[in-house]
Design a protein around this ligand. Sequence first.
Ligand SMILES: Cc1cc2nc3c(=O)[nH]c(=O)nc-3n(C[C@H](O)[C@H](O)[C@H](O)COP(=O)(O)OP(=O)(O)OC[C@H]3O[C@@H](n4cnc5c(N)ncnc54)[C@H](O)[C@@H]3O)c2cc1C
Length: 433
Amino acid sequence: MNRQYRRYDCVGIGVGPANLSLASLLHSRPEITNLFVEKRTTFGWHDGQQLPDTKLQVSIFKDLVSMADPTSRFSFLSYLREKGRIYHFVNAQFDLAPRQEFRNYLEWACQLNENVVFGENVLAVDFDDHFAIRTDRRTITANNISIGVGHQPWTPPIARKHLGQSQFHVSEYVDRSTGLAGKRVCVVGGGQSGAEAFLDLISRPENERPRRLSWVSRRRNFYPIDDSPFTNDLYMPGFSDYFVTLPPETREAVNREHLLTSDGISQETLRAIYQRIYVRRFVEGAVDQVALFPNREVVGIEWGAGCWELKLANSNHPDVLGQVDVDVVVWATGQRPTPLSFLESIAHRLERAGDEYRIDDDFAVRWDGPSDRSIFLQNAALQQRGLADKNLSLVAWRSQRIIDRLAGIRTDKPQPSFLEWSAKQSRNDGEVA
Ligand SMILES: Cc1cc2nc3c(=O)[nH]c(=O)nc-3n(C[C@H](O)[C@H](O)[C@H](O)COP(=O)(O)OP(=O)(O)OC[C@H]3O[C@@H](n4cnc5c(N)ncnc54)[C@H](O)[C@@H]3O)c2cc1C
């Protein structure tokens, strides 16, 4: 049972990995009173995409806490040990942890923490000396708030009016992708989510498999994620702190050039898809079952002769419009930041940075309110903090920064990169000036 305070030091809005990391690290700090509210009635983490054999895309050390406090009882190792499976996990020799196991770990961290509550939707946040957080059940007061409401599914405008049983976003895949035997199905989107849906469909037993399966991507090919060592330097605290010092145009270019370090497809998934296609086509002789359309954008969709007609534009051949006829479309077209409409009454007091709220070094929004009243913003500053902002890599470090601000200290231990990102001049003797 969580203890009720008249006014909390920190109230978290939304319980995904970002705020759950903060809640977990705060658990051992009872002097900072806190409460985290989540609108879902029970815990979930991308449950509509928990397919067999899907993996976490980062090292398991990048759990809720370990990068900031490896001794925390909320670590993944602690979860394994408490569940009696720590040796088994090691023996299994996973390259990357099963996604479902990570989800179960997150749920366990919620259950362990009496300061995390479910079934409360935050409707509005007002400010008058302190924050008043109005949920659909009550009003909670706090000196600081941490917003971690994540991203929500996004489909292109041409798709929106058609969404339903025969066209749906991949976030609903588990529930909606039944009864597809003998149908023509098209997956739109060349990232990891699209790849996983495609792999699932092509892997089904013959009596459950679609008759024809197409895969469309705007990218020029089905590209892999870059998970190599130097690339992972982009997902270190030092790079995040460097990135924020760059001019906005440079930051935008860096994010654009490195998109595949976050949004590409895992090598394992690509290999499995290619091998499955090989077997279907050459071993089983199903020559017409699969069609791959890279470098295509869906520019129109209409209900035609008993099927959906997808119009495809190819940037190499702008004068030719392709068409695919299908029964079902899976839109794997990504996620966009969840709108912060509950901030409406104070939004005019918050500084903007392009499409985002401007945050300071501690992830607090710059505003005209008192300096001891902060609005921390998690996973909503991609343009200011780079691609790592929406990834799990920095959740523990970012949470620690927030806690340090609440405690009025700075505990960051520098973790210098092998790479010299800044514009320091190299002297002749090789030393950096
Ligand atoms: C399928 C999938 C797999 C991913 N796998 C990885 C991976 O392996 N590695 C990696 O680094 N990244 C991964 N990501 C990206 C990212 O790490 C996750 O999306 C992560 O869940 C983001 O965490 P979050 O806490 O910011 O947001 P979310 O997980 O989206 O959580 C936000 C929560 O806020 C709640 N909420 C929203 N509005 C309100 C409100 N008004 N009141 C109360 N609660 C509210 C929502 O219900 C939700 O539970 C993945 C993304 C997807 C889509």
